[in-house]
Design a protein around this ligand. Structure first.
Ligand code: GDP
Ligand code: MG
Length: 181
């Protein structure tokens, strides 16, 4: 299976850290600000999967609800993608609210599928910084339940396995979407 994935979320939530973790198994700590599309192949349940992963910049238009400025790029990303990894930091409530808005915007942009079938995984990152937590796990779980998304809390810094689970979860969602469309 081949699929296009976009990683989205506010600045500094760890989008690049997550992506690089998946690709290299490592946490480097500092990441450039370059938008890139990476290709990554792995085996899920005995099947080869290749993901084209767009580690994207944050689209200000989603928060401002102003789609005149960079809306066309945002739309381009959403239309290109088969699935989405939406990242927030458990220490940053604004980033959690942004994920909630992103879900709505993505679902209304992706009119080709019924809204509930868009493969989306919500990721609460920086779990290692639990002493600075401002978003509870329960809130993340509830958001996922209400929007029919999958939910994981991870630490890109400390745990490769949790990051791998995110992408495995998305692959499951992609398979389901393909089977039912
Ligand atoms: P992006 O702007 O969403 O791509 O965020 P980055 O991946 O560049 O990460 C922003 C900052 O958060 C960097 O300093 C990372 O080292 C840090 N960071 C990313 N993930 C984690 C994490 O799981 N735990 C901690 N403590 N820091 C993280
Ligand atoms: Mg980045």
């Amino acid at each position: 299976m081949d699929a296009n994935i976009v990683v989205m979320g506010m600045e500094s939530v760890g989008k690049s850290a997550l992506t690089v973790r998946l690709l290299t198994r490592r946490f480097i700590g500092e990441y450039g600000d370059i938008e890139s599309i990476y290709s990554h192949s792995f085996i899920v349940d005995g099947r080869a999967v290749t993901l084209n992963i767009w580690d994207s910049h944050y689209s200000q238009c989603v928060v401002l609800q102003d789609f005149s400025a960079d809306s066309s790029l945002f739309e381009k990303k959403v239309r290109w993608a088969d699935g989405f990894v939406l990242v927030y930091s458990i220490c940053d409530r604004a980033s959690f609210n942004t994920v909630s808005r992103l879900i709505q915007t993505i679902k209304s942009t992706k009119d080709c599928l019924s809204a509930d079938k868009v493969p989306i995984v919500i990721v609460g990152n920086k779990r290692d910084l639990h002493h600075r937590r401002t978003v509870t796990s329960e809130e993340g779980r509830l958001l996922a339940l209400n929007t029919n998304c999958q939910f994981y809390e991870v630490s890109a810094a400390e745990n490769y396995h949790s990051v791998l689970m995110v992408f495995h979860g998305l692959v499951d969602r992609l398979k389901d979407a393909k089977l039912t469309t």
